[in-house]
Design a protein around this ligand. Structure first.
Ligand code: DHE
Length: 546
């Protein structure tokens, strides 16, 4: 079912149409005539806070100072003369820079309330102490009562954890039989899952800062512990190091919070919170105090007892040595502001992160703990964990797609073997349009896959593209996966020959393709598949294979 699309047509149109429409509106004085007063009733204020938390804070920040999205503080909006109608137009139509249109997702009334809320000073939410975390902590099944070996004879390293976002659940599927083994109540809007080093546990983190731990060895995998560590979060990982400095496999976990801006170290077997460290600090370049430097992606080192975290707004990557958490060693590496997501290169020595509002990728050497490169890619890179493979001409390479344009940028990532290409963009592969969130491959796979989840055009956002690792000069093959929802995220099975894709909708789907032939193998449609988003294979997640 290969189909042709007019590349980038919609994003380009959209990019032009909104500013033009706003200029005309302003020129004719339209904005001042309706809804001039931004005042909110107490009920509207409560509603606006909830809407902002759920829909806007992720990109713009709780204090609205900007990150993946621009600064939208009341002061900044006032300086730009943006009033209720202009703000409503932005929210309704989205922007060419990657903000989706909220039309049909938010009601007109909700958009109006939000537009008025944004003209008031941002309310500052409360802090969240270690004592509060401990109060929320529930050890549901203590270690001694957990199975000593798997209680089933399934190939659990090929299990998939599927986030059912709006249902507040995680489904565990057997990757071999495609059967649902368990559906676990995890809580509000789970964002991601990460595996423990052994792969036995899945850790989930919700947008509301609640983490859960799922034991895959139980006859029916279920929660064994849960805890709330903040009021807003996106990342979690486990300790993966086993070596000269000790064996830390499954011993510790870390959660990165958006609000309050801090990270928390927990016991990896029980989720008992052990230590909280604030990330509030000064920006690396101008030395200004920032009240909200949020923790974005976290990756766990395999060669060192270390986690690497992005401290988004201040422009640092922190390498946290967890060998002695009472005397914690943190190396603060100056990089670039607005570091969002990323992952390892194939050797797991280099960390490659997207500073998405700077249109750059940043590379840090985990051995020397220094930044080794920064280079421009395209408009708002968003790699997820990225993709690593060997290009026939340029050797080992890595890649990111973009929120703001239909482009996969490919750069050399083997400074030892191919120094000439290292940290330089060597290929630009055109996709159907912007709004991409994820790119994915597997060492054994033939193809590299990319989505267009946030594209304003329905046909494009439900389509994926795949290009051959061995034939990068050929145009990618692109096709529509479903005719509803948004198509998002890829995960391979353990063998690396199958790709799982989610159709993110009220009743969603999981579509499984053969990586070699690009043919659909299985389509899972079911009532329990409520808003599937991320899906994580145990083996690939525990080994950071991508
Ligand atoms: Fe995500 C990863 C933050 C919107 C699904 N998302 C991440 C990571 C961060 C992040 C920091 C990296 C975690 C890590 O590696 O430790 N995401 C944010 C946002 O701030 C943002 C832009 C806006 C928001 O309000 O949350 C955002 N993300 C989304 C979505 O809209 C998605 C599609 C659905 C959802 O849950 O809201 C979504 N994000 C994901 C997924 C991953 C992710 C599936 C993991 C990718 C992987 O392969 O590891």
């Amino acid at each position: 079912m290969l189909v042709q699309f007019k590349r980038n047509a919609v994003s380009a149109m959209e990019r032009m149409a909104l500013p033009v429409a706003l200029t005309i509106l302003m020129a004719i004085g339209f904005p001042c005539k309706v809804n001039a007063s931004p005042d909110l009733t107490p009920e509207e204020l409560a509603k606006a806070k909830g809407l902002f938390f759920n829909r806007c804070a992720g990109c713009h920040g709780t204090l609205r100072k900007g990150a993946t999205g621009p600064n939208i503080t009341d002061v900044n909006l006032k300086q730009k003369n943006y009033d209720t109608n202009i703000i409503k137009a932005f929210i309704t139509n989205g922007t060419g820079g990657g903000m989706p249109s909220w039309n049909n997702i938010l009601s007109e009334e909700e958009i109006d309330i939000l537009a008025r809320f944004l003209q008031e000073a941002p309310p500052v939410p409360p802090e969240f102490s270690l004592a509060e975390m401990k109060e929320s902590w529930k050890l549901i099944v203590p270690e001694a009562q957990r199975p000593k070996k798997p209680e089933h004879n399934k190939n659990w390293q090929n299990f998939f954890g599927v986030v059912l976002r709006d249902a507040g659940k995680v489904a565990i599927l057997d990757g071999d039989s495609k059967e649902v083994i368990s559906i676990v109540d995890t809580g509000f809007a789970v964002h991601i899952l990460r595996s423990s080093a052994s792969g036995r546990y899945f850790y989930s983190i919700g947008r509301d800062g609640k983490a859960t731990m799922i034991d895959l060895w139980m006859a029916k995998p279920d929660k064994v512990a849960e805890v709330k560590t903040c009021t807003e979060a996106r990342s979690i990982d486990s300790s993966k190091y086993k070596g000269k400095k000790g064996n830390f496999e499954d011993k510790l976990a870390i959660i990165g919070c958006y609000w309050p801006p801090h990270f928390v170290i927990l016991d990896g077997q029980t989720l008992e919170p052990k230590k909280v460290v604030s990330t509030r600090s000064y920006t690396y370049d101008t030395g200004e105090y920032h009240p909200e430097p949020r923790v974005a992606a976290i990756i766990s080192a395999h060669h060192d007892p270390e986690w690497i975290i992005n401290v988004k707004e201040s422009g640092y990557i922190w390498a946290i040595d967890y060998t002695d958490i009472k005397n914690l060693k943190i190396t603060q590496i100056e990089t670039e502001r607005f570091m969002h997501d990323g992952g390892w290169d194939a050797s797991k020595r280099y960390i490659m992160m997207a500073a998405n509002m700077r249109n750059k990728m940043v590379v840090v050497d985990s051995e020397t703990k220094k930044q080794v490169a920064q280079f421009e890619v395209g408009n708002k890179p968003h790699p997820g964990r990225g993709a690593n493979w060997t290009d026939p001409e340029f050797g080992p390479v890595s890649a990111t797609p973009h929120l703001g344009e239909g482009l996969v940028a490919v750069w050399g990532s083997d400074p030892k073997g191919h120094p000439k290409n290292a940290w330089k963009v060597v290929r630009k592969i055109e996709t159907l349009g912007g709004g991409s969130l994820f790119v994915k491959t597997h060492p054994k796979a033939k193809h590299v896959w990319v989505d267009h989840t946030l594209n304003p055009d329905e046909k494009i956002r439900t389509s994926v593209c795949a290009f051959g690792k061995d034939s990068p000069n050929e145009k990618p093959q692109c096709w529509q996966v479903a005719d509803h929802g948004r198509v998002v995220h890829f995960e391979y099975n353990k063998a690396g020959d199958e790709v799982w894709i989610a159709v993110w909708d009220k009743v969603g789907e999981l579509v499984i393709y053969d990586d070699k032939t690009l043919k659909e193998k299985t389509r899972i449609k079911a009532d329990w598949l409520v808003t599937p988003t991320g899906h994580f294979n145990v083996y690939n997640t525990m080994t950071d294979t991508y």
